[in-house]
Design a protein around this ligand. Structure first.
Ligand SMILES: *[C@@H]1O[C@H](CO)[C@@H](O)[C@H](O)[C@H]1NC(C)=O
Ligand SMILES: *[C@@H]1O[C@H](CO)[C@@H](O)[C@H](O)[C@H]1NC(C)=O
Ligand SMILES: *[C@@H]1O[C@H](CO)[C@@H](O)[C@H](O)[C@H]1NC(C)=O
Ligand SMILES: *[C@@H]1O[C@H](CO)[C@@H](O)[C@H](O)[C@H]1NC(C)=O
Ligand SMILES: *[C@@H]1O[C@H](CO)[C@@H](O)[C@H](O)[C@H]1NC(C)=O
Ligand SMILES: *[C@@H]1O[C@H](CO)[C@@H](O)[C@H](O)[C@H]1NC(C)=O
Ligand SMILES: *[C@@H]1O[C@H](CO)[C@@H](O)[C@H](O)[C@H]1NC(C)=O
Length: 444
């Protein structure tokens, strides 16, 4: 099939835009791929039919959610919310002429085997860091939208070093005392390649929402909780879109991370932004606070003094993505809108609508950048999926693209601390040894 694109979406200034337009021209979004249902490249011609017959593959139950990019491929996540999802992570070549390409399981069919704890079970989102490491959130529990969710395997961080081409899975199960396998919902993450590589992960568990921090250098993890900023609120739990109303009280969900900055005491920090799906607010916290393990042990409210409410937006937001210069991209679900915010400007006045279209922008889920300055968006009509009213006669999943000339936050500039990075952390140890010294004196 020949590649066709719709120049579908007209950028319009929305009523809430109070900021003058930035000088550079934003290219309009185009539809680059669209699917009614997701199909795969099967191992053999008979395999598809067998899978259909056995309900291992139920086409209308396969939802595209997350997106990421590396070299020549676009990686897509297919969370196993319902039965009949044969693979939970897959890819398509970035440059091809088919507008509804078949997905190839990644790394392989075998690595997507349901019930095999060496394989991927339930992947909502992934991130690919600047070193070519793919960070996969595998929630382990499948059938989250069914009557009987099944915690098949421990919730884990799974890493794949894409540079080697071997695509070996390295699995790090999260300890049950940090992450409850029967209630957790590992939703989205940002990766910070400083000081041993950290992932900040939103857990939108219905009973215990929080941000999980995973430090790769020693595989340690902890969870930070703040009900006020991480829980859904009733006034934002109703979604009205495309003539459908759906009640979805979903906790902390989207997460993004700003460029590095130098603090007054000359260490490097960055701002982490997050929002519950069912909320009109965006919150910010410094990464240095999330990295403080002792705050994780303190439980609910320990990080409250460090959380900043940046203000409200016109509607709810699922995924968000930051570019390397500190511009945040996010959807406004009830407004069929894609918006951007220059994070150096006040959030309340700095939001701008960059695309609005009631037909083509029906539930913005996730964003990614490629390495050529393009921003990609997954639109997936999630409201139809959760209401079990997906029509296989309509286009349900689209990938839109717009050229911005920029890259993902993972390629942001590295700042050098003028003080050694561990100065703050070693201070208490030094104080402690001085105390030991003093006690030793007393004992003499
Ligand atoms: C699938 O089911 C159809 C109809 O029941 C049957 O004709 C066909 O042989 C089955 N195919 C396989 C591969 O089992
Ligand atoms: C896409 O189509 C064009 C023109 O038909 C052709 O030259 C090109 O090789 C095709 N690209 C791929 C990746 O198939
Ligand atoms: C992060 O820390 C800096 C000081 O290093 C402070 O000025 C800023 O307000 C903090 N940001 C948040 C979101 O708390
Ligand atoms: C945006 O959507 C919300 C519902 O989520 C609605 O209340 C509001 O009026 C909309 N705003 C605009 C500018 O369309
Ligand atoms: C963001 O705002 C700052 C301060 O107004 C400005 O210097 C910068 O150029 C803006 N960035 C973009 C991408 O417009
Ligand atoms: C819902 O979206 C479809 C596809 O864009 C469109 O044809 C239909 O008119 C929309 N329905 C409503 C009620 O907005
Ligand atoms: C971590 O938080 C504790 C409060 O629980 C505080 O006393 C300590 O200074 C913080 N450590 C760092 C390195 O910021």
């Amino acid at each position: 099939m020949k590649l066709f694109v719709f120049i579908a979406i007209v950028a319009v200034a929305a009523a809430q835009d109070k900021q003058p337009r930035p000088p550079q021209h934003r290219e309009q979004f185009r539809v680059v791929y669209e699917w009614r249902t997701v199909d795969f490249e099967w191992e053999s011609p008979g395999d598809r039919e067998t899978s259909l017959n056995s309900s291992r593959y139920i086409p209308q139950n396969v939802l595209i959610s997350g997106i990421n990019f590396y070299k020549d491929n676009i990686y897509l996540t297919l969370p196993r919310m319902l039965d009949g999802v044969p693979a939970t992570l897959a890819y398509i070549p970035a440059n091809q002429n088919d507008t509804a390409p078949k997905l190839k399981p990644f790394p392989s069919w075998k690595d997507n085997t349901l019930g095999d704890c060496y394989a991927l079970q339930f992947v909502q989102n992934i991130e690919i860091d600047r070193n070519g490491i793919m960070w996969i959130l595998d929630n382990g529990r499948v059938g989250t939208l069914t009557q009987n969710p099944d915690a098949k395997c421990p919730p884990s961080i799974v890493l794949i070093d894409l540079k080697t081409g071997e695509n070996k899975l390295e699995r790090y199960p999260l300890p049950a005392d940090v992450v409850n396998p029967s209630t957790t919902y590992l939703n989205d993450l940002v990766v910070d390649n400083r000081d041993g590589d950290f992932a900040y992960i939103t857990d939108n568990s219905a009973v215990d929402p929080g941000i999980i921090v995973f430090r790769l250098s020693d595989k340690k993890s902890w969870k930070l909780r703040d009900t006020k900023s991480m829980s859904s609120v009733p006034e934002a739990a109703l979604f009205r879109i495309n003539g459908t109303t759906v009640n979805l009280p979903v906790n902390v969900d989207g997460i993004a991370m700003g460029p590095q900055f130098l603090t007054e005491d000359e260490t490097v920090d960055r701002t982490v932004y997050y929002c519950p799906l069912s909320s009109y607010h965006i919150y910010a916290i410094n990464a240095s606070v999330l990295r403080n393990e002792s705050l994780g042990l303190k439980g609910e409210g320990a990080i409250r003094p460090y959380v900043v409410d940046l203000g409200t937006k016109a509607s709810q937001t699922d995924g968000m993505k930051m570019d390397s210069t500190g511009t945040l991209f996010f959807g406004l679900i009830g407004n069929s809108t894609i918006a951007e915010w220059n994070t150096t400007v006040d959030f309340r006045t700095g939001q701008r609508t960059i695309a609005r279209d009631p037909n083509y922008i029906q539930w913005v889920d996730r964003f990614t950048f490629d390495d050529r300055g393009n921003l990609y968006v997954v639109v997936n009509r999630l409201f139809n999926f959760v209401k079990n009213q997906v029509s296989v006669e309509e286009v349900n999943y689209r990938i839109l693209r717009s050229y911005t000339g920029l890259k993902s936050y993972v390629f942001g500039e590295d700042l050098m601390p003028t003080k050694p990075p561990h100065a703050a952390a070693t201070a208490p140890t030094l104080a402690a040894s001085l105390l030991v010294f003093a006690l030793a004196h007393l004992l003499v």
